[in-house]
Design a protein around this ligand. Structure first.
Ligand SMILES: Cc1cc2nc3c(=O)[nH]c(=O)nc-3n(C[C@H](O)[C@H](O)[C@H](O)COP(=O)(O)OP(=O)(O)OC[C@H]3O[C@@H](n4cnc5c(N)ncnc54)[C@H](O)[C@@H]3O)c2cc1C
Length: 475
């Protein structure tokens, strides 16, 4: 038996034959990324069902010197959860069988869940006890809580509740040598030394495998008021955001911007979606207020703020959702952007964040920068404007893309043009998707030597043999 076969046999003995996938057809869904742009081989997929089994898998892989790729729902948008080409084939450790909700403590505002729980199941379990787990994003029906932690996922409610990092109280992690660290505390205050959990949040599986999490819950808003409106331009959208912040305070829960092109693509490519407003408007915002009580006053607050914005000439049209069904329909439009863009062509998705006040300037300058390369390139814009995160997406039809002499080079140059603008404005090239494989060149380009050296020091200390997720995050 060769080494790979020996390791597979040992993994099967440890987990059971059914829990180790080795055949090509079975591996297929685990080795290709969500957008179907990256595919590379893996030795096998191991599906442990407990923390002890994860630790056993890590120990066996470490003994064999085989790399380990932790995987959640495989919805990464930066090829973070699939094997890297040209490297030793890893064992993919998918946590899909670790889905227990271990404990919900409504009074403490916390819940302990296994890392393989799907995000939507976590939201539902919290809502069942009138609590909110606020992280929400388009992939919530399939991404796992361990994946959201490892990428420090953002989504649509960051402006009110923060990103994943702000909603984690404790962690359980299997380290590179198979040691289990149980840091599953449910405390809001704990100053006993370095806050170790922060090391693993956003580390994209390069420092350990997250096996369980204690999440922070919030009071469940039961009343919502949502509007869709057409600001005259991004600068007006920014001014209106300020008005909502002043008028509605912490009730403001979402403020999502998109351009006309993005909306058109959703309507064209995703069945069942409808234009929220009549008339053709260049810019669109979905705004939502949420509270534990007072829907009538909240709808008034929303309407009055929009009326003041209209009087100031900042918006062209607006509509309030008048039923739960309409509210859901507006959210569906927002959550359909990834599906629409994938069907429409090759989108060079970027994930920049800039200071919120610089969003209009970023959009202007990025538009000019990519049009220097291709004057008539289609530009799709969608973003979480409330937290300064704009997905600026030059989009090519499939035919136009394949007609390019060197598509890969064009993709890299366009993204660099956009990322350079963000960098000049004090921003980042990756606000929420992470680095994965596609952001490695940008890490090398934008991070200072000191910052990269610090990250490498931490990696070396926790995974000296570079077995956990090699070939991503750190150039
Ligand atoms: C339609 C759509 C919309 C999206 N919208 C958003 C959005 O609004 N905001 C946002 O932030 N992201 C968004 N994403 C990106 C993606 O959903 C998130 O990054 C998500 O957090 C990934 O979770 P996952 O379980 O699929 O992780 P995977 O894709 O499986 O893995 C992501 C990374 O985490 C590592 N990892 C996974 N599980 C573990 C674990 N248990 N322990 C250690 N490492 C682990 C992997 O190795 C990989 O590096 C979207 C994706 C799609 C497809």
């Amino acid at each position: 038996m060769d080494d790979g076969a020996t390791l597979i046999a040992r993994l099967q003995a440890e987990l059971g034959e059914d829990a180790v996938i080795t055949d090509a057809a079975g591996l297929d869904g685990f080795i290709e990324d969500f957008r179907r742009r990256f595919k590379s081989g893996a030795l096998c997929v191991a599906k442990p069902k407990s923390t002890a089994e994860v630790a056993a898998v890590v120990r066996l892989c470490a003994a064999a010197g085989v790399p380990i790729l932790p995987q959640g729902g495989n919805t990464s948008l930066c090829a973070g959860a699939v094997p890297a080409a040209g490297r030793a084939m890893p064992v993919i450790v998918n946590l899909m069988r670790m889905r227990a909700i271990r404990r919900v403590d409504a009074q403490n505002g916390s819940m302990e869940v296994e890392a393989g729980c799907v995000l939507k199941a976590v939201q539902d379990a919290a809502a069942a006890v009138q609590r909110l787990y606020p992280v929400s994003l388009g992939a919530e029906g399939s991404c796992q809580i361990g994946g959201t932690l490892s990428t420090n996922a953002g989504g649509t409610s960051v402006l009110r509740y923060g990103n994943t990092r702000d909603n984690v109280l404790g962690l359980e992690v299997v380290l590179a040598d198979g040691t289990i660290w149980n840091g599953l505390r449910a405390l809001r205050k704990d100053n006993t030394g370095i806050d170790l959990k922060q090391l693993f949040i956003g580390a994209e599986g390069t420092l350990g495998i997250v096996t369980a999490v204690t999440l922070k819950l919030h009071p469940l808003p039961t009343h919502h008021a949502l509007a869709w409106f057409a600001p005259t331009d991004p600068a007006a959208a920014l001014q209106i955001l300020g008005m909502f912040q002043a008028e509605c305070g912490s009730r403001l829960s979402a403020y999502e911007l998109m351009n006309r092109r993005q909306l058109d693509l959703v309507i064209e490519h995703v069945p069942g979606r409808r234009y929220p407003l009549e008339g053709k408007h260049a810019w669109h915002v979905l705004v939502e207020l949420a509270d534990t009580r007072g829907s009538a006053s909240m709808a008034e607050q929303l309407q009055q703020t929009l009326e003041r914005a209209a009087e100031a000439g900042l918006l062209a049209d607006a509509t309030l959702a008048t039923s739960d069904a309409q509210r859901a329909a507006f959210w569906e439009v927002r959550h359909s952007v990834t599906e629409a863009n994938m069907k429409a062509g090759v989108g060079l998705t970027t994930d920049c964040a800039v200071p919120v006040s610089a969003v209009p300037q970023f959009i202007d300058e990025a538009t000019r920068a990519v049009r220097e390369l291709v004057p008539d390139v289609d530009i799709v814009i969608v973003g979480h404007m409330g937290d300064g995160n704009v997905h600026f997406i030059p989009l090519f039809t499939f035919d136009a893309w394949h007609a390019l002499a060197n598509p890969a080079e064009m993709g890299a140059r366009m993204r660099r043009q956009v990322n350079d603008v963000a960098h000049r404005l004090g921003g980042t090239f990756s606000a929420e998707h992470g680095v994965g494989q596609t952001g490695l060149a940008e890490m090398a380009h934008y991070k200072s030597d000191a910052e990269l050296a610090l990250m490498r020091t931490i990696k070396q200390a926790l995974d000296p043999r570079n077995l956990l997720n090699p070939g991503r995050l750190l150039p």
